[in-house]
Write a protein of this length. Sequence first.
Lengths: 115, 110
Amino acid sequence: DTAVSQTPKYLVTQMGNDKSIKCEQNLGHDTMYWYKQDSKKFLKIMFSYNNKELIINETVPNRFSPKSPDKAHLNLHINSLELGDSAVYFCASSLGQGAADYGYTFGSGTRLTVV
Amino acid sequence: EDQVTQSPEALRLQEGESSSLNCSYTVSGLRGLFWYRQDPGKGPEFLFTLYSAGEEKEKERLKATLTKKESFLHITAPKPEDSATYLCAVSGYNNNDMRFGAGTRLTVKP
């Protein structure tokens, strides 16, 4: 199946731990994104990579570090997790940057719960 | 800074009761306005892109329209399977991503 796939789907961890979320797309897209959706369902951009190059880095704590080994993968590593990091994290991809005729294709999300 | 405001926050309809969702936006040079549908526990699913005022697009019971300040998502004779959160987003020429609104949670009762 062609898609954007994220792992894991659920992640429960203790404060202070370090965790990673992986994302892969097989759509041939050249741009990938990480979005955070908070408890009020508001989607906010965190990072964007185009052909492995970081092009968007919003005001996000430097405990969050994205890594793109190739244009089909964009991983998110989070150090020293805090309670406020609890949210659903979505990976997305698109053909080209910004607006696209077909919008973004989103993964199914990773629900992170920090306890 | 680009901004998107959606209203209402939640909407409950009876099956067959048509209505509209609103998306007001401010952006420096609109590159595109997008509508997405999001089901619980899933990622947003792309519906439409609108590029310029006056443009309209349709898909089944949904029709999206665009003016210079807002977009409407009209739902005609909705069915329970149309229940979802509908998200609006804009992309401007000054940025390389989409800015989303908070969404409208639509519930259609049989």
